[in-house]
Design a protein around this ligand. Structure first.
Ligand code: DGL
Length: 262
């Protein structure tokens, strides 16, 4: 009798940002088998050209898909999802769950009808993002802030290094120009990893929203019979880096294997 086994849920990001989504997945699906892949050799993605990013994201995700034998791919990167979800879905034979800025819940929550979007340079100006704002926050003012510097800070923090409070304060400053803004969307998966620093650096209380829980809910719907976790899960990188290995180990992933990308 054939024994059918479903592979792990593969989580992909440019760097460690997807680990914020891993946290949400583990809370919702504590027994599911997870694997992690990142394109650390080429991160950050946030200021790269779309014409370079699309084939690159496809190549890395296809390579990780082939070696992980995954049952689903979670594209835990807003910069990648707002650009490459459709070609990835066309290319892979498993469900692909994307991560896009949580504009809809933010608009539902805002009393003042003024929300902030904190994301990479790429994400804040993508047609996909503008369409989300048009569809779900048409009656809101949306202050879009490129905060690429926070990606580097999140990588440092996870690697056990200190975070630069001045960088965080400067990155957030454009949000506070108008006093009525009451909700901030964390539209980059790296940013929830810095949440305590973001709250500390804010001159007033606002609601911070990220997409982690919504993605985990969606994954639970799409992969109802997720296979049970092999601990530690496999991980895949595009370049060896001892600090990254330590960050992955802290989230329960095995020593990474290097993907060969042509
Ligand atoms: N974590 C990624 C995102 O959600 C992007 C970080 C980067 O590589 O710029 O957009």
């Amino acid at each position: 009798m054939a024994i059918l086994t479903a592979g792990p849920i593969l989580v992909f990001d440019s760097g460690v940002g997807g680990l914020s989504v891993v946290g949400a997945l583990r809370r919702r699906l504590p027994e599911a088998s997870l694997a992690y892949a990142c394109d650390n050799a080429m991160m950050p993605y946030g200021r790269r050209e779309d014409s370079w990013l699309i084939p690159r994201i496809l190549a890395v995700c296809e390579a990780a898909f082939a070696v992980s034998d995954c049952s689903a791919l979670v594209l835990a990167c807003n910069t990648a999802s707002t650009l490459a979800l459709a070609p990835l879905r066309a290319s892979l034979s498993v469900p692909v769950i994307g991560t896009v800025p949580a504009i809809k819940p933010a608009a539902r929550l805002s009393q003042s009808r003024h929300i902030g979007l904190l994301a990479t340079s790429a994400t804040i100006s993508r047609p996909y993002t503008l369409q989300l704002i048009h569809d779900f926050a048409a009656d809101c003012r949306v202050t879009r802030v490129a905060a690429d510097a926070l990606v580097v800070q999140a990588e440092r923090w996870l690697a056990g290094e200190s975070v630069d409070a001045a960088v965080i304060r400067d990155a957030l400053a454009p949000l506070w120009i108008e006093p009525d803004l009451d909700v901030v969307v964390l539209g980059c998966t790296h940013f929830p990893l810095l949440k305590d620093f973001l709250v500390d650096a804010s001159p007033k209380g606002v609601n911070w929203i990220d997409s982690g829980e919504a993605i985990a809910r969606r994954v639970a719907e799409v992969v109802p019979n997720a296979s049970r976790g092999l601990v530690p899960g496999a991980s895949f990188v595009t370049g060896y880096d001892a600090r990254l290995t330590a960050s992955l180990a802290a989230y329960g992933f095995a020593e990474p294997r290097r993907l060969n990308i042509n």
